[in-house]
Design a protein around this ligand. Structure first.
Ligand SMILES: [Zn+2]
Length: 203
């Protein structure tokens, strides 16, 4: 009993020391920045709210970033694109103004037209399906982060010649800074990063 009570007190003392140290550091910082007193519980709550606003809701959701996966089996290619809406239209709430609605529609059009990527011509890949969507037009929009999605199917007449992907998306969508590309091409696989300054991916 005595030992465990002592242990509890030591742990409590240790925790108190840690808490006091953290609070003192916080106070020192607050004093420098704000020059007025803060209620600790209030501070704590503020920090949590702030963190929730800043943290991505999804694993792949990073502002300025997009993910593209490419799978080629035989001569059938599947492309799947996903990006934070922030990287595409610059906001992640439901479009309210006519301008915002137009921006979302224009972005969907860019993805449906599928002109933002191309392959080396001798692979002879032809688009057979394009389908773009966004969380921004879903009923649950405004509940945090939102994404754009685009899925494509292509047929490649000479899949063995496929060795290059050109990305023009960075000039079409300036808010998009970089993209992770993961690919599986008839058993071979790899990963690359692309940006405006390095927009060619070699397989
Ligand atoms: Zn976001």
């Amino acid at each position: 009993m005595k030992l465990s009570l002592l242990a509890c007190m030591l742990i409590a003392a240790g925790l108190n020391t840690a808490v006091v140290t953290a609070q003192q550091a916080e106070h020192a910082q607050a004093a420098v920045e704000q020059k007025h007193q803060h209620d600790h519980d209030h501070d704590h709550q503020d920090e949590h709210d702030h963190d929730d606003d800043d943290m991505p809701a999804l694993g792949a959701h990073v502002h300025g970033h997009a993910v593209l996966t490419l799978v080629l089996e035989g001569n059938e290619m599947q492309l799947a694109f996903q990006s934070a809406a922030q990287s595409i239209v610059g906001f992640e709430h439901k479009p309210r103004t006519p301008e915002q609605k137009q921006e979302v529609a224009a972005a969907i059009e860019v993805f449906n037209q599928a002109q933002w990527f191309s392959f080396n011509t001798d692979a002879n890949c032809e688009l057979v399906m394009a389908e773009a969507s966004t969380d921004l037009t879903e009923p649950q929009a405004n509940k945090g982060h939102a994404d754009f999605y685009a899925n494509y199917q292509l047929l490649c007449q000479r899949p063995a010649r496929l060795d290059e992907l050109q990305l023009s998306i960075f000039s079409l969508v300036p808010a998009l800074e970089h993209m992770d590309i993961q690919w599986i091409i008839n058993g071979r696989q790899g990963a690359s990063q692309a940006a405006l300054s390095s927009s060619t991916v070699r397989f």
